[in-house]
Design a protein around this ligand. Structure first.
Ligand SMILES: [Mg+2]
Length: 301
């Protein structure tokens, strides 16, 4: 079935196997800084926006928030192929855009000029572009638009909101931080905490110690990422994964560790913050993406 509203442009020299690859969809506004352009779209309308993009077709767009993430993922692919030229479990980045194809040339040109490996550009002239995520086997969707992220989660696709951040994440190691409750795990303990307070939550965790926690919205992605992570050793891995949770390690850590073990998900470093702010540890880690309860809040809306 073809959809006249959608244009898909394949640009990959070596197409990746979508059944094996970890497909990540990123919106154009997350990869590139399109704030000025978005403003034109909002204030002057679509025609002016298209005109602006066409006139600037060869002016490369500046880097956006997810740019460093795409570069780091590309670096991991390079390392995977160095290890094994036949490797199929690679990252595959596709771009999902609400731009029409006539305004999309600037985006393709910018990706080329920046040396980004994007296998597909999907220009979807549709209010809700997330309906195409499942078709493309997308395991993670990154967007700067809260509504996009909600829509993706409702479709059962792991998704995260990209925030503008000052952190200069490194390009030679992909760093991913997961929160525990309501992210990797279900929000069952959060709910007990809200109903019965900290004492109640600690008692609940103790009674449930040998029962693995339910799965949260990012479990599937984390497992897939973990499999890629496991191809590398401790010393020079181009991927590093972290758990940064508000839980206390002493009272609520054991069930966390047992659940991860049960899932077969190895995490490089785990921080049990016992309610302390996560900011300082995050600025030390400098992650490319940090999945936190923002997701839980987004899902709740
Ligand atoms: Mg949480």
């Amino acid at each position: 079935m073809s959809d006249p509203e959608t244009t898909i442009i394949n640009t990959s020299v070596n197409p990746k196997d979508p059944k094996e690859a970890l497909v990540i969809a990123v919106t154009t506004r997350a990869i590139f800084n399109l704030e000025k352009e978005h403003e034109i779209f909002l204030t002057k309308g679509k025609d002016e926006y298209v005109k602006h993009q066409q006139e600037n077709e060869n002016n490369s767009l500046e880097q956006g928030t997810a740019f460093a993430f795409v570069q780091a993922v590309q670096f991991v692919n390079k390392k995977l192929l160095e290890r094994n030229p036949e490797e199929k479990k690679l990252f595959d980045v596709i771009v999902l855009s609400n731009n029409s194809p006539e305004s999309g040339a600037r985006i393709i040109n910018s990706a080329k000029q920046h040396g980004l490996e994007i296998s597909k550009f999907c220009f979807v002239s549709d209010e809700d572009s997330t309906q195409y995520l499942k078709t493309h086997n997308v395991k993670l969707f990154l967007s700067a638009d809260r509504k996009d992220v909600c829509n993706a989660l409702q479709r059962g696709v792991s998704a995260a909101l990209i925030f503008q951040q000052e952190i200069q994440a490194p390009t030679n190691q992909l760093r991913v931080v997961f929160d525990g409750d309501a992210v990797l795990f279900s929000d069952e303990t959060d709910r007990v905490f809200r109903e019965k307070g900290l004492e109640g939550a600690i008692a609940y965790e103790k009674s449930m110690e040998s029962v693995p926690m339910g799965e949260g919205p990012l479990k599937a992605f984390a497992l897939h990422l973990g499999k890629i992570r496991n191809k590398f050793g401790q010393e020079d891995s181009p991927i590093r994964t972290y758990l940064v949770t508000a839980r206390s390690g002493r009272d609520m850590g054991i069930r966390t560790i047992k659940t991860l073990r049960k899932w077969g998900l190895a995490i490089d470093e785990a921080f049990f913050m016992d309610g302390a702010p996560k900011g300082p540890i995050l600025s030390k880690i400098q992650p490319h993406i940090f999945f936190d309860d923002g997701l839980h809040n987004i899902q709740g809306t």
